[in-house]
Write a protein that binds this ligand. Structure first.
Ligand code: CA
Length: 228
């Protein structure tokens, strides 16, 4: 079965670039330039992932996301213009899964798609006993974390934050989403908590905390745990 991607984008140059790259990788590509038709295709063709431009001729990308999220959990990657940090955050909080800033490379897009499809694979959640990323291993059952052979001691909150990042591995998570998942809905504006705990996690997990290789900062948006 081919993986089916729905592209909702009105720029013909980006369409051509994505069509060439995605079909050459064996993806089945559906395309439209309007939000209205995009929603209809999402319902009738059930794509495995959606690439969504934020500025469409008939509606804003965020309206497409809100509509989709009423009835679908399909992974959504936003294609946004440079410098729209605030907009990215709002769209991610509305239910988009990740974003790419134009212009982006095909390798980067393919990596994002793979990460989203891996997480969306049925039956994967809850069956894994360990998580591994380079030298870092997390044993979920025993609640133990290792860097190489050395055991790393995390506080309960640090561990909870790490688990949240692992749940979303490979994709960006906004400050607000992380604060909500780890500290609860009443803490969504307390970004300073997050900054401190991320610094602590980096100090414990990264080889060089000043040049993080695992816990990546997405400026103005949030954090991403690398997964490949
Ligand atoms: Ca556009």
């Amino acid at each position: 079965m081919k993986v089916r991607i729905l592209l909702i984008e009105d720029d013909p140059h980006i369409r051509r670039f994505l069509r060439a790259g995605l079909t050459s990788q064996g993806y089945d590509l559906l395309e439209t330039d309007t939000g209205r038709e995009g929603l209809a295709l999402a319902a009738s063709q059930v794509p495995d992932a959606i690439l969504l431009d934020l500025g469409l001729p008939d509606m804003e990308g965020i309206e497409v996301i809100r509509n989709l999220r009423e009835w679908s959990q399909v992974p959504i990657i936003i294609l946004s213009a440079r410098g729209q940090e605030r907009e990215k955050v709002v769209n991610l909080d509305a239910g988009a899964d990740d974003y790419l800033t134009k212009p982006f490379g095909m390798g980067e897009l393919l990596a994002r798609i793979r990460a989203l499809l891996r997480r969306a694979a049925p039956g994967e959640e809850g069956q894994e006993q360990t998580f591994q990323l380079d030298r870092v291993t997390v044993d979920f059952e025993k609640r133990r974390v290792f860097r190489g052979q050395e055991e790393i001691h995390l506080t309960p909150m640090e561990y909870k934050l790490l688990l949240a990042l692992i749940r979303h591995r490979g994709k960006v998570v906004t400050h607000r989403q992380l604060l909500k998942e780890v500290w609860g809905a009443s803490h969504v504006n307390q970004q300073h908590y997050l900054r401190i705990f991320i610094l602590n996690l980096r100090r414990k997990l990264e080889e060089d905390p000043t040049r993080p290789q695992y816990l990546i900062t997405e400026p103005g948006v949030g954090y991403r745990l690398r997964d490949e």
